[in-house]
Ligand binder design. Structure first.
Ligand SMILES: [Fe+2]
Ligand SMILES: [Fe+2]
Length: 196
């Protein structure tokens, strides 16, 4: 595999990990709203914790520091889309903070707490899916404009896969979430986020 193949595959794998957790969260809330399951707040909190930890600590910074920076050096053509993506990265911590607040309200028994939390999760999932689709286009364009040394640089940065849920440095606080994802039917969880 070339360095570009490795880098692109790693970035797409990280998108799939994030998409899988978001879709799992949506499935859990759908079951609770339909009266088919009791809310497992430990699980819901772990999913939000992951959605905050992995993108903010690892995925977004690497995209900006390596992929976007290399692209800006090679072409100005992608500047508007890179600015859009970077603005979405900057907003995501605030969005996650709001989701956490709504989960607390739901757990505390606030009126319509489940509905408000579920709507916000659905909106965030739709935003993230749109973000990944734009990044897929950026990766296609990157394949045309970046050099082999650029890709080696990017692949090396992404090689240290710090995914605390699906990566080799799996963290114990996500064990319950990991097990829960593994027992869900794969087509139910992954379909929407892997077909784009
Ligand atoms: Fe991104
Ligand atoms: Fe991304």
């Amino acid at each position: 595999m070339s360095a570009s193949d490795v880098a692109i595959a790693t970035i797409k794998m990280e998108h799939r990990s994030l998409g899988t957790v978001l879709q799992t969260l949506r499935e859990l809330l759908t079951s609770v709203a339909a009266g088919q399951a009791a809310a497992d707040f430990g699980l819901l909190s772990a999913a939000l914790y992951y959605m905050n930890d992995f993108p903010e600590r690892c995925h977004h910074p690497k995209e900006e520091e390596y992929l976007f920076k290399c692209l800006r050096m090679r072409t100005a053509e992608l500047d508007p889309v890179l600015e859009r993506l970077q603005a979405e990265h900057a907003r995501s911590a605030g969005v996650l903070g709001e989701l956490n607040r709504k989960l607390v309200l739901y757990q505390a028994g606030a009126p319509d707490g489940l509905r408000h939390f579920q709507e916000s999760v659905d909106n965030h999932a739709a935003d993230m899916l749109a973000h990944f689709i734009v990044e897929d286009d950026v990766l296609r364009r990157a394949n045309e404009v970046l050099t082999e040394p650029d890709w080696v640089h990017i692949a090396e940065a992404f090689a240290a896969n710090d995914d605390p849920l699906f990566g080799s440095n799996h963290r114990t606080e996500f064990t319950h979430l990991y097990r829960r994802i593994m027992v869900l039917p794969p087509q139910k969880v992954r379909r929407r986020f892997t077909d784009h």
